[in-house]
Design a protein around this ligand. Structure first.
Ligand code: UD1
Length: 357
C-alpha cells in the first residue's frame, strides 16, 4: 500500500487494540544473537521493520520462526553463521546496527555497514562505537563498513554517556551482559523499551541492576540461555491514536495502552484539553470541549517523546490559541510543517522551535 485516502470530518468512536512496541521489539529480536538457545517473543507487531530485522537475523544464520497462528509470536535462534550486516539491510533500518554489540560479545567479530543518511538528521553512531571500545572492541572503517573485533571476551568498564541515547544504551547493555566483569552505564536512557529489553535479558540469565533508572549496572556472565518474553504495548501508537481521537472530537478506547509508559505525553495532552482516563484493560481518550494551545519540548523519557512531536503539532494546528513545540533530540525533524501548512495550518519554524497558531 502506498496511498491512504482519508475522508475526514467525523469524530472517531470505538476501540483500538494497541500493538506491541516496535522500538522494544527490534532490540529484543537482536537478543537472539546472545544465546545458542531460543528467544521466544510474543506481542510482536506486524511491521516492515520487523521483517527487515528478520531478514538481517537470517543473514547471520538465525532462524526466525512463527509460533502458533496469531502471527505475533516469534521463536528466534540458531548458530551464528555469518557476522556481516550488509548495507542493503542497514540502510533500510538504522536499528540494524543493534546487532553489532551482541555479535562482538558472542563471537568476537562483526562487520556492520554504516547506516548512511537518515531523513531526520545525521544520526551518528559514535556513542555505540566509543562504548564498545571501552569494553575492549577495536574498529576499522573499511569502505562504508565498520569492522569490529574483540580478542577474548569483552571486559566490563564504566561508561558515562555524554548525552542520552536510546540505541547506544541498548547496544552497550546487550554487549555488557556477556562481558567479563562489571559494567556501569551512567546517564543511560530509561525509555520503557529499555526496561523491557533489560527484563528479557534478566530472564535469559543476565545480571542487571538499576533497571528503570539512568544508571544500569551489569555483572557479566559467560553464557545466556533462552527465554520467553511478551513485548510491552507501543506508547507512540497509543499517543498517536490519542491525538486522532482528540483531533476529531471523538472518544476512543485504547485496549492494552498503559498510562505509566506515557510520561509527559499525558500531562501535555491533558493540558491541551484532552481527557485521558485509566480504565480496566486500557485507556479511554475523549475530547469533550475545545482544544487549547499547550507547549511541548521533546526530551529523553520521561520527557515528551520526539516520536510524538509531529502528531502533537497536527493536534495543536486546530487548537484555540498558540502553542510552541521545541525539538531538542533531532535536527531537521520538522518535515511535516510545510505539509500541515499546505492543509491550512499556521506554523512558523524558528530554529528548533515551531510556533503553531
Ligand atoms: C530511538 C528510536 C527512535 C526515537 C529515538 C529518540 C528505536 C529503534 N528508535 O532512536 O524512534 O526517535 O530513540 O527517542 O528505538 N546520537 C549521537 N551519537 C550516537 C547515538 C545517537 O550523536 O552514537 C544522537 C542522535 O543523532 C540523536 C540523539 O543522539 O540526536 C538521540 O538519538 P538516540 O536516542 O540514539 O535515537 P535512536 O536510538 O537512533
Amino acid at each position: 500500500m502506498d496511498r491512504i485516502r482519508i475522508r475526514g470530518g467525523r469524530p472517531l468512536a470505538g476501540e483500538i487494540q494497541i500493538g506491541g512496541a516496535k522500538n522494544a521489539a527490534l532490540p529484543l529480536m537482536a537478543t537472539g544473537l546472545l544465546t545458542e538457545d531460543r528467544v521466544i517473543l510474543s506481542n510482536v507487531p506486524k511491521l516492515a521493520d520487523i521483517d527487515t530485522m528478520t531478514l538481517l537475523l537470517a543473514q547471520h544464520g538465525l532462524a526466525v520462526d512463527p509460533v502458533g497462528n496469531d502471527g505475533r509470536t516469534l521463536s528466534i535462534g540458531g548458530p551464528i553463521a555469518n557476522t556481516e550486516a550488509p548495507y542493503d539491510i542497514v540502510r533500510k533500518m538504522r536499528a540494524s546496527v543493534l546487532v553489532l554489540g551482541p555479535l562482538l560479545a558472542r563471537v568476537g567479530e562483526a562487520r556492520v555497514s554504516l547506516p548512511g543518511g537518515c531523513s531526520i538528521g545525521t544520526r551518528p553512531i559514535d556513542l555505540h562505537l566509543k562504548g564498545l571500545e571501552q569494553l575492549g572492541a577495536t574498529f576499522d572503517l573499511d569502505g562504508g563498513y565498520i569492522d569490529g573485533r574483540v580478542t577474548g571476551r569483552l571486559r566490563g568498564a564504566t561508561i558515562v554517556f555524554p548525552f542520552v541515547s536510546v540505541g547506544a544504551t541498548e547496544q552497550l547493555l546487550m554487549a555488557a551482559c556477556l562481558a567479563d566483569g562489571q559494567t556501569v552505564l551512567a546517564n543511560a536512557a530509561r525509555e520503557p523499551e529499555i526496561t523491557d529489553l533489560a527484563e528479557c535479558l534478566v530472564r535469559m540469565g543476565a545480571r542487571i541492576s538499576g533497571i528503570g533508572s539512568d544508571k544500569l549496572i551489569v555483572e557479566g556472565v559467560e553464557r545466556l540461555h533462552g527465554a520467553s518474553h511478551t513485548i510491552i504495548p507501543d506508547r507512540i501508537e497509543t499517543g498517536s491514536y490519542a491525538c486522532a481521537a482528540a483531533i476529531s472530537g471523538g472518544s476512543v478506547f485504547l485496549r492494552d495502552a498503559r498510562l505509566e509508559h506515557l510520561g509527559a505525553t499525558v500531562r501535555t495532552l491533558r493540558e491541551a484539553g484532552v481527557e485521558i482516563l485509566e480504565q480496566p484493560g486500557g485507556l479511554m481518550v475523549k475530547r469533550l470541549n475545545g482544544l487549547h494551545g499547550a507547549d511541548a519540548m521533546t526530551e529523553p523519557y520521561p520527557g515528551f517523546p520526539t516520536d510524538m512531536q509531529a502528531q502533537f503539532m497536527a493536534l495543536m494546528s486546530v487548537a484555540e490559541g498558540a502553542s510552541m513545540v521545541t525539538e531538542t533530540i533531532f535536527e531537521n525533524r520538522f518535515m511535516h510543517v510545510p505539509e500541515l501548512n499546505r492543509m491550512g495550518a499556521r506554523i512558523n519554524v524558528h530554529g528548533a522551535s515551531a510556533i503553531v497558531r
